[in-house]
Design a protein around this ligand. Structure first.
Ligand SMILES: *[C@@H]1O[C@H](CO)[C@@H](O)[C@H](O)[C@H]1NC(C)=O
Length: 330
């Protein structure tokens, strides 16, 4: 084999190996669906069924939401009220920026520096939900999610998150008992993932957002947690696709700023974004390959063609390395 090709192949394998290794968990998200941990509709009582009260209640009756301050915008008051109305017996906690910071300073001081250092406020809004679930337990609900029925049946699991299509999990509706190991891992890993990527959207998604939580989910599931440690998954049908689903989703009118919309769009389509990244990467490698290696090969092919047109005796006597290479290949 030619030296150039060999070097190219080895370099490509090393680069690819490194790339695949570093995104292995990410790639695994494409094939893992989490069905084995699904909260199946068959085990859920119908809305208003008497069976609801017979199920165990593990998760404390607390609803957590987050906003900048106490003045919730008009378009979110509807979804918020729908949750309050269906859960009069739940404690309600609204985590404003000020309260969130005070809470982290008091209960998780080791995280305060990272928390304050986040460049985008939405990173703090992401992070705080994992901490309050770890500390108090309860159910976190994004302000743009409304409630469609009582969440009581979901209190029967020690922890749950919701699956997003085509892949990964979301952090917009989650429930947990206090100190569940999944949310422990989710808060514990935050400093490690606090990296800045070129695009702000990727930074937000990968450091605290749905992509972050999805990666933690894969790492956590790989340890095969059992019993109370299991993390259950609410699939789209049970989330908001049907009249008997738990939530209603109000995205669209909620975010006015385009960059925030883009964050959410990318958050929901990060598989596509990742694939595009890979395609661009491969295309670049291919360009390098065709420019430097194929080009040189075609040059040496020309040389060989010239060589074979030489008179026979001159070919025999020639000490050119081309001849040696050719003999090797025979
Ligand atoms: C709450 O935050 C919103 C959005 O930043 C702002 O427009 C509003 O003035 C704030 N309200 C109060 C009472 O500080």
């Amino acid at each position: 084999m030619r030296k150039g090709v060999l070097i190219f192949l080895v370099t490509t394998i090393v680069v690819l190996g490194f790339a695949v290794h570093s995104v292995w968990t990410l790639l695994s998200l494409l094939v893992v669906d989490g069905r084995e941990d699904a909260i199946s509709r068959a085990e859920l009582p119908a809305p208003n069924s008497g069976a609801i009260s017979e199920r165990p209640q593990l998760i404390p009756k607390i609803i957590h939401q987050t906003y900048v301050n106490e003045s919730i915008p008009e378009h979110w008051k509807g979804p918020q009220q729908s949750c309050l109305d269906l859960h009069p017996d739940y404690e309600y906690k609204l985590w404003t920026d000020k309260k969130s910071r005070e809470f982290i300073a008091a209960e998780y001081p080791w995280f305060l520096e990272t928390f304050d250092g986040y460049r985008y406020p939405i990173q703090r809004a992401d992070a705080i939900r994992y901490f309050v679930l770890h500390h108090f337990g309860g159910i976190y609900i994004d302000l743009d999610d409304g409630c469609n029925r009582s969440l009581d049946p979901l209190l029967a699991y020690s922890a749950w998150v919701r699956r997003t299509v085509p892949t990964g999990i979301s952090n917009d509706a989650m429930g947990s008992i206090p100190r569940h190991p999944f949310f422990l891992k989710a808060i514990d890993s935050l400093p490690d993932y606090n990296r800045r990527w070129v695009l702000p959207y990727i930074t937000v998604m990968a450091s605290t957002g749905p992509l972050y939580l999805s990666l933690i989910w894969r790492h956590y599931s790989n340890t095969n947690p059992q019993g109370m440690d299991r993390l259950r998954i609410l699939f789209p049908d049970e989330y908001n696709n049907h009249p008997w689903s738990f939530f209603t989703h109000h995205l669209g009118n909620s975010w006015h700023r385009n960059d925030v919309k883009l964050i959410f769009w990318l958050g929901h389509h990060w598989v596509l974004v990742t694939l595009i990244g890979f395609t661009v990467g491969f295309a670049l490698l291919w360009c390098i390959y065709s420019t430097f290696i194929l080009h040189r090969q075609s040059n040496s092919a020309k040389a060989r063609a010239a060589y074979s047109r030489m008179p026979f005796y001159r070919r025999i006597s020639s000490k050119e390395h081309l001849e040696l290479t050719d003999r090797h290949q025979v």
